[in-house]
Write a protein that binds this ligand. Structure first.
Ligand code: NAD
Length: 349
């Protein structure tokens, strides 16, 4: 008679199918708002988290990264890759999964897909930052790079910042058409543009979300007028940036975790003594966000482990009492904790 795993052996697992079900069950805009609030609440307790730049393994074509953190009660990590060449082979640029564990026992409490969750948490973080930095009454966003992340960004800025118009541009027209199609029923006014310059027209928020392994110049200095907020999320690896250095010199720069952003963000183009502000300090009121309507604010986002931790903890709570997870037989649970070998022996034949 085969031995059945005990309850302690099981870890809830949220698959891609479950994640999609949960998003539809809650509603994507509600979920983006909830995630923004969870992430903002954790940015307020920034100092108590364990923090380290992510552990990156680079190759010529991409990167594989581990992103750990802990608030002392729970521990979380995400595995994520970034391979800009993947879409040509029918693969995604970014895929991810993550785990949440109990610090007291070290036992995993949740394993989850994080490809969709990364898109949701990145968009929620971007819009949460813009809530503090963008000019008030902003209605139009330019969205440069219309790949996998782009619709999530557009919807988060609608749900969290009240954007009603998005101006889409991508070097690949098919990507822009895809994004426009996906956003057709979103309630946003969607304008497709033929150039980056065209996309800027009337936009008070500019999001760059492109993927290229090389230093790229998606925005040049002449494209940026006074008073705009730039949400730059595509530059997130050594040698992978999106903005011309002159834009950085004219902007007030806000970052997640400086130790990681100096390695991966737009600011890798600057001298190490250039002034930058940590976003969490703005959120706690310790530092000033936007000063006036002429200032250019730049959120130089690379994505930090605390955002994934907040997202995993949110999913852990959200799936309780629902069918949006399965139980994975993931932990060995012998009757006598020291008799692991005996458990193996007894399982024979
Ligand atoms: N900051 C964060 O937290 C975070 C999180 C997730 C992804 N990212 C980054 O965001 C970027 C986009 O991710 P994705 O999953 O949407 O990638 P994707 O490959 O699906 O889409 C990227 C799009 O950028 C377009 N593009 C490339 N060069 C361009 C240019 N010069 N001008 C206009 N468009 C251009 C491509 O045609 C493509 O449609 C990646 O670099 C990824 O690493 C950052």
């Amino acid at each position: 008679m085969p031995l059945l795993p005990s309850d302690l052996a099981y870890v809830p697992f949220v698959s891609v199918e479950h994640m999609m079900g949960l998003v539809h069950h809650l509603g994507i805009e509600r979920m983006l708002r909830d995630l923004a609030d969870e992430i903002e609440a954790d940015f307020k307790r920034w100092e108590l988290f364990d923090k380290t730049p992510r552990v990156a393994s680079h190759s010529d074509v991409g990167v594989i990264e581990l992103m750990p953190t802990s608030d002392g009660e729970m521990y979380g990590f995400k595995y994520v890759n970034g391979h800009p060449k993947n879409t040509k082979d029918g693969l995604q640029t970014v895929t991810a999964f993550g785990l949440l564990a109990d610090v007291d026992t070290g036992y995993p409490k949740l394993l989850s897909e994080m490809t969709l969750l990364t898109a949701l948490r990145t968009a929620a973080t971007s819009a949460m930052a813009a809530r503090h930095l963008a000019p008030k009454g902003t209605t139009t966003m330019a969205m440069i790079g219309n790949g996998a992340q782009s619709e999530f960004q557009c919807l988060a800025f609608k749900a969290i910042c009240g954007i009603d118009t998005v101006r889409l541009y991508d070097i690949d027209e098919a990507a822009t058409e895809k994004a426009a199609r996906n956003l057709a029923a979103s309630g946003l006014k969607v304008v497709t543009c033929k150039s980056g310059e065209d996309a800027m027209e009337g936009a008070q928020i500019i999001t760059t979300c492109t993927a290229d392994k090389q230093y790229a110049t998606i925005l040049t200095d002449n494209m940026i007028g006074p008073g705009v907020h730039i949400n730059a999320i595509g530059g997130d690896c050594p040698g992978k940036t999106e903005l011309h250095r002159d834009i950085l010199l004219r902007s007030e720069i806000f970052v997640e975790y400086p130790e990681q952003t100096w390695i991966e963000g737009e600011i890798q183009q600057l001298e190490k003594d250039h002034p930058i502000t940590e976003l969490w300090r703005v959120i706690t009121g310790e530092a000033q966000g936007r000063r006036d309507d002429k200032q250019i604010t730049l959120f130089d986002s690379v994505g930090f482990a605390i955002e994934d931790f907040s997202a995993l903890r949110y999913i852990h709570k959200a799936v309780q009492g629902t069918g949006y997870f399965t139980k994975l037989d993931m932990l060995a649970d012998p009757d006598d904790p020291r008799d692991l070998f005996g458990m193996l022996n007894r399982s024979k034949g």
